[in-house]
Design a binder for this molecule. Structure first.
Ligand code: HEC
Length: 167
């Protein structure tokens, strides 16, 4: 009896209005649905690292063009060194692209293209530096046209990459 009373006294929890009905897409789902690019599964920390790398890539291009305008060849080389290929860069790109076929190959090709910038700067050849920079920028834009970040949790990342290393 006491139980019943208590049960009756328990107020029915008010129905919490759903942010979206199951059939309705969340804003992120709606965005993903209109974005035809291949998702690159990334855990939040990886996604943040990637964004920071990307911002640094753009800063490097800014530095290259500014130095080039002044014919500051060492300045061009210094800025280009931030995007040139290296074993560490390759490892990072492999990790980032582990869940998206073709991503790592594009990333490695991008860094190889960037190597050409410092080579042309060493030759003090303004036209060739510009050509190498344009060739590099083409790698930026074609990757952006093909891939987008896809935020996932550690478990999903392991499943989609076939890797057990959580990051
Ligand atoms: C191999 C692929 C790839 C290459 C090469 C690449 N990016 Fe990106 N970049 C990405 C992806 C993926 C994103 C996230 C896009 C998204 O989810 O909408 C991104 C995002 C960015 C962003 C936005 C960062 C932010 O804070 O949100 C900038 C800026 C950027 N890239 C600059 C560059 C520049 C400059 C280059 C070349 C010098 C470059 N990227 C080369 C894949 C690439």
């Amino acid at each position: 009896m006491l139980f019943l009373l208590l049960a009756c006294a328990t107020p029915t929890p008010p129905e919490i209005p759903q942010a979206s009905a199951p059939s309705e897409a969340t804003p992120v789902e709606a965005l993903n649905a209109m974005d035809p690019r291949t998702p690159v599964p990334l855990q939040p920390m990886m996604a943040w690292h990637q964004k920071q790398n990307m911002q640094a890539h753009l800063v490097a291009i800014e530095g290259i063009t500014a130095a080039l305008a002044e014919e500051d060849w060492e300045g061009v080389q210094a800025s280009a060194s931030a995007i040139q290929s290296s074993p560490q860069m390759a490892m990072q790109c492999e990790h980032m692209g582990a869940g998206a076929e073709g991503f790592t190959a594009l990333a490695l090709d991008f860094h190889q293209r960037a190597d050409g910038i410092a080579i042309a700067a060493a030759e003090q050849d303004q036209k060739r530096v510009l050509q190498a920079t344009a060739h590099t920028l083409k790698a930026c834009t074609s990757c952006h046209a093909q891939y987008r970040q896809d935020l996932v949790d550690a478990q999903t990342w392991s499943l989609r990459t076939g890797s057990s290393t959580a990051h």
